[in-house]
Structures are given as structure tokens and as C-alpha cells.
Design a protein around this ligand. Sequence first.
Ligand code: FVH
Length: 296
Amino acid sequence: MAADNREPVTVIGLGAMGSALARAFLAKGHPTTVWNRSPNKADDLVSQGALRATTVADAMSAGRLIVVCVLDYRAMREIINSTDDTAADRVIVNLTSGTPADARATAAWAGERGMSYLDGAIMAIPPMIGSEEALIFYGGPQEVYETHAETLRSVAGGGTYLGPDAGLPSLYDVALLGLMWTTWTGFMQATALLASEEVPAEDFLPYAQTWFEHVISPEIPTLAGQVDTGAYPDNESTLGMQAVAIAHLVHASRTQGVDAALPEFLHARAEQAIRRGHADDGFGAVFEVLRNPTAQ
Ligand code: FVH
């Protein structure tokens, strides 16, 4: 689309993220209509060239492409339900965070109202919006995504279409969120252990970074391959051996007066995998008990 003929966009929800999205559309030259429950949050954007919609109906009728980014899916549905103007040619791009079930239910809800629906999961913070590095996962009808992909790239260069299932973006989102929280919590548990002997985190940092670079990260592709094949060979570092080592972590945490819940969880899962016959496999076998915790 020519720079002087950019697709009009409506942005509903002008919190930290919705405002960043609207600013990015404006910066790329898209005529941008904005609406927010608390109208004053539109003031800065209007001063930068956005068009203010005073009602949801005005926002919905300003153009075909409606980007919604609010607190949760319930708020999103309440907003759209508050107007009868849900014309069949509208495309809702819902960038609100939620679960795969939220997303699939909302896709069905939009379909019942005759609207096209793309679900998106933003893997970026507001200052990254508009950059090439910002990543947004999308799911929904492919032709709808392709029709609007160029416009959507205005807010995130790394727009990635995952397929027709509207639930997949949220699934990837929570999977990455879990990876981040568990990794950071592992670092916090390690520093809490060291702090029990007054060792500053800064002293430990170089070794933690080397551990990530040379031990943790290089193992990830091997583990991914093992998960996909269902075979977890590792003759050098068996789960049987590692379970004993993790027991040291449990005991040391308790002795040092540090929260031992995370090490206890790790030890319990390793023991569970061993009881299922994985003592001579590698760490990857833990996948089996996480995926199916109740199997014998
Ligand atoms: N900010 C971030 O770093 C993360 C990055 C990853 C994606 N998340 C998700 O984005 C959604 C919006 O997040 P946000 O940062 O914009 O959130 P707030 O600044 O708290 O703004 C919330 C907006 O939602 C509106 N809102 C809330 N409830 C209702 C409702 N019942 N009816 C209408 N609008 C509602 C709120 O309006 P107001 O309070 O200003 O009137 C804001 O516009 C979210 O899913 C993140 O998980 C952001």
C-alpha cells in the first residue's frame, strides 16, 4: 500500500500497550481512530493526529480494521457488545492477553456476530512497539491475516502467523511466559542460597552467565529433539545420577534457611520419572511426567 494511502485503523483500549500501538500506527502514516473507556487517555494521541471516537459505535464504523488491546477478554467482549454496529466486514484483531480457551471462545463469539477475527499475543513491552524486534504471534483465518499483514507490521516487525487456530498465539505466549518465570526464579533461588552466606549476586553473576551460555542454552536444541522423538538418551548424565545431585540442593536449601519448595519440586519430578523407568535416561525424560502427571 502506498505511503499516502495507508489502511485506516481503529485502536480500542489506550492503556500503556494500546497507546503504544496507536502511536506506532500513526508514525507509519495510518489514519488512526482511537477509543478508550476513560476518554482522557486519548488526548495525547489526538494531539499527535489520531481521530477521537466518542462512542464505541463511532470507533467500530471508522474503518474495517479494529485492533483491541484491553485488560482482559471479558472487557474486550463487553466493549464490542456495547454497540450493535458489528458489521460483517469488520476485522477484529484482539491483542489482549489471555488463555487459548479465551481466544477460541472469542473467535467463535466474533464468528456468531459475522466478524472476522484474528487473535494476537504481544511478546514485547510498550517501548518496543513499532520496532523490527517486536514480536506478535497471530492466529486465525490465513486470508484475513495476509490481507492486513502489512498494516500489522507497523506495530511489530516480527509479526508471525501461527495458523488458523486462534488459540495458538496465547499458547505460545503462556509457554514463553512460563519459560521466563521459571528461568528467572531459578536465578533467584540460586542467589537466595548464596545470600544466606552473604555472597553478593554480582560475585556470582559471571559464573551464572557462563553457565547459561555454555551449559543451559546449548542443551535446549537437544532437549527439543528428544521431546519430539520421545527418546531421552544421555549416558553421561543420567537422571538417576542427577536426582541425587538435586537432593543435595534440597538439603542445602533447608540447611541454609532458604525456600526449598523449588528444589523439592525438581527432586520430586526427577524421582517420578525414575519410578516410571527413566533412571538411565537423561534430564529430558522429565518431560514425560510434566506432560502427563497422573500416568503410572
Ligand atoms: N504492558 C505490557 O508490557 C504488556 C505486554 C504484553 C501484552 N500485555 C497485555 O496487553 C493488554 C493491555 O495491557 P496494558 O499494558 O495496556 O494495560 P493497562 O495500561 O492496564 O490498560 C488497560 C486497558 O484496558 C481498559 N479496560 C480495563 N477494563 C475495562 C473494561 N471493563 N471496559 C473497558 N475498558 C477496560 C483500560 O481502560 P481505562 O481503565 O483506561 O478506562 C485500559 O485502556 C493486557 O491484556 C496485557 O496483559 C501488555
